[in-house]
Design a protein around this ligand. Structure first.
Ligand SMILES: *[C@@H]1O[C@H](CO)[C@@H](O)[C@H](O)[C@H]1NC(C)=O
Ligand SMILES: *[C@@H]1O[C@H](CO)[C@@H](O)[C@H](O)[C@H]1NC(C)=O
Ligand SMILES: *[C@@H]1O[C@H](CO)[C@@H](O)[C@H](O)[C@H]1NC(C)=O
Ligand SMILES: *[C@@H]1O[C@H](CO)[C@@H](O)[C@H](O)[C@H]1NC(C)=O
Ligand SMILES: *[C@@H]1O[C@H](CO)[C@@H](O)[C@H](O)[C@H]1NC(C)=O
Ligand SMILES: *[C@@H]1O[C@H](CO)[C@@H](O)[C@H](O)[C@H]1NC(C)=O
Ligand SMILES: *[C@@H]1O[C@H](CO)[C@@H](O)[C@H](O)[C@H]1NC(C)=O
Ligand SMILES: *[C@@H]1O[C@H](CO)[C@@H](O)[C@H](O)[C@H]1NC(C)=O
Ligand SMILES: *[C@@H]1O[C@H](CO)[C@@H](O)[C@H](O)[C@H]1NC(C)=O
Ligand SMILES: *[C@@H]1O[C@H](CO)[C@@H](O)[C@H](O)[C@H]1NC(C)=O
Length: 456
């Protein structure tokens, strides 16, 4: 996502965001958190309803919102249902998550081929994982964790190929398809998402294969220094430099992904190295605060210079969700995290107005940054999502525990969730013999080898 070009020129409204209509949130009141989350979720859904009428395909938001952002927004709405108890959007969300599964039930719909990154695919895989963890109604005969596992299986295969071919000693590439720009980039978003998905599957299923992969992709990120000194997470690196030159930009989202994954690994193993990692990652997260005492999150790489693109304007929400969940898995870091969530949620709410339609602006800490206030329809879907995740993140301590395969949570039709996947017809289940039936582009995507395209 990071390297995508696509500067918007939107017609934005220029309401001053700290006006009298801004939301005044008491972060100690669960009722206030829930009613604010409800307004924010409503702002997203009303935009979705409208765009569905114009645009058609369930699960997507129109340009300039990429596929990853849609998956990540559905993930927020799965969380919304769990954290607030408001299930009015469950059917709509479930439909969105199923419609975009693609032919192999692994979130690689052909319509997305020209820009489908590993990060895009795994954002949807993580949403399916959330659905499994909160006991979201079962999708037909399948199970949510199977969809998450299908994503994991395709990416684990790609990772194995990278390890075998020796390109940078491992790590996922950003792009899935070799013909897309960014295939030669190994980024912390794709690798962070895969690390997190591995850790969540490990926690959910208790299957050691997932912990082993989480362990090795984390080690790889440390080795190439995508997770660098003092646990700062950097954007990515080029395979053409053998991953020796690191793009040292730092973004909130990827810091959050690694923090949550490390918190889960700490929870599962109790090991010293994961204790250090989760502490270090939270400590490094403070780099994104407007000041040491304010605890308000700022997207420092781009916010004050007003250069955050559409993707970047949704990173704070990814960060919020991940740190909130990290605090659940690793109570040893919850003090700092609660301060960040609480101060940032209040600031985020006050940057939103809920008059006839929900409008939010991006900048929470610095009134001199314009931070144009707008609805999701007018370009600020990310801003509304960010505020939603910050606000509802504060509800984790009072919410039901997340599900595991042995758990007893919710009984909303959760069952037979082995975490073994196996819905990728013709590849994982039927073996190599059935691969001829899969279109070449998909086969390459599944295996992830550039030379297959060239030799055919
Ligand atoms: C969106 O549409 C769904 C049904 O299609 C409806 O239940 C819901 O009330 C609508 N929500 C908003 C906020 O427009
Ligand atoms: C793919 O695009 C076609 C044409 O716009 C549309 O009918 C279909 O619903 C889309 N499929 C998905 C999964 O988005
Ligand atoms: C679900 O399983 C039942 C019984 O195995 C089968 O009859 C039905 O067609 C399946 N439905 C779907 C949507 O696969
Ligand atoms: C589930 O229960 C089995 C049998 O008691 C145990 O071996 C496994 O580790 C448990 N899994 C999780 C994720 O707790
Ligand atoms: C953490 O330490 C354990 C041994 O306690 C080791 O097996 C594992 O590979 C280490 N993981 C990382 C990411 O350093
Ligand atoms: C916290 O992060 C800062 C800045 O990266 C670093 O100087 C410091 O050593 C870290 N502290 C701990 C306890 O990791
Ligand atoms: C606020 O933004 C301006 C530029 O728009 C910048 O010069 C200033 O340092 C920022 N202040 C803080 C506290 O980040
Ligand atoms: C592990 O996570 C659970 C919540 O899933 C939490 O209750 C427990 O305290 C955590 N364990 C540790 C050692 O922090
Ligand atoms: C679980 O699997 C068993 C047998 O494989 C089947 O009888 C049962 O209906 C399944 N339960 C659910 C909730 O799908
Ligand atoms: C553990 O997960 C891996 C990867 O999905 C799978 O191949 C394996 O069968 C699973 N093991 C068990 C015991 O379920």
């Amino acid at each position: 996502m990071f390297a995508r070009v696509g500067v918007l020129s939107l017609v934005l409204s220029f309401f001053a965001h700290q006006g009298s209509c801004s939301i005044d949130l008491d972060t100690n009141s669960p009722d206030a958190l829930k009613s604010t989350a409800k307004k924010l979720a409503g702002g997203i859904i009303s935009f979705y309803n409208d765009s569905l009428k114009d645009f058609g395909a369930p699960g997507l938001f129109p340009d300039p919102y990429y596929f990853w952002e849609a998956g990540t927004v559905w993930n927020a709405l799965v969380g919304y249902s769990h954290l607030t108890g408001d299930s009015q959007y469950d059917t709509l969300v479930s439909q969105a998550l199923q419609f975009q599964l693609g032919d192999y039930n692994a979130y690689m719909p052909v319509n997305q081929t020209k820009s489908l990154g590993n990060d895009d695919q795994s954002c949807w895989g993580l949403a399916a994982m959330s659905a499994a963890e909160v006991g979201f109604s079962k999708p037909g005969n399948a199970s949510w964790v199977d969809y998450a596992t299908n994503v994991w299986n395709t990416q684990a295969l790609r990772l194995d190929m990278e390890e075998k071919s020796g390109v940078c000693g491992g790590g996922l590439r950003w792009q899935i398809f070799s013909f897309n720009k960014g295939y030669d980039y190994k980024d912390s978003y794709s690798n962070g998402n895969f690390f997190l998905l591995s850790a969540r599957l490990a926690k959910f299923t208790g299957n050691a294969t997932y912990s082993q992969y989480a362990d090795k992709v984390f080690k790889w990120a440390r080795d190439v220094e995508l997770v660098g000194d003092n646990f700062h997470v950097y954007a990515g690196t080029q395979t053409t430099s053998k991953c020796s030159n690191i793009n040292r930009m730092q973004f909130t989202a990827t810091q959050g992904l690694y923090t949550e994954g490390a918190a889960l690994m700490y929870n599962i193993t109790g090991a010293q190295n994961w204790t250090e990692a989760v502490n270090g990652l939270v400590n490094a997260s403070t780099t994104f605060l407007s000041s040491k005492t304010s605890y308000i999150v700022v997207e420092k790489a781009c916010e004050n210079i007003e250069k955050c693109d559409t993707d970047m304007r949704a990173y704070k929400g990814v960060f919020a969700r991940s740190i909130a969940r990290a605090a659940v898995a690793a109570p040893i870091v919850s003090d700092t995290i609660q301060k960040i969530l609480s101060r940032s949620a209040a600031a985020a709410a006050s940057a939103c107005t809920a008059t006839t339609q929900m409008e939010c602006s991006f900048a929470w800490a610095n009134a001199t940054v314009t931070g144009d206030s707008a609805t999701a329809k007018d370009g600020n879907l990310g801003e509304i999502f960010n505020a939603l995740e910050m606000v509802q993140g504060l509800l984790y301590p009072s919410a039901k525990a997340l599900n595991t395969v042995n758990g007893t949570v919710s009984g909303k039709g959760n069952g037979n969730e082995t975490g073994n996947g196996g819905k990728i017809e013709g590849y994982v289940e039927k073996g190599a013999g059935a691969m001829a039936a899969i279109p070449v582009s998909m086969m390459v995507a599944l295996v992830g080898v550039a030379t297959v395209v060239i030799s055919l």
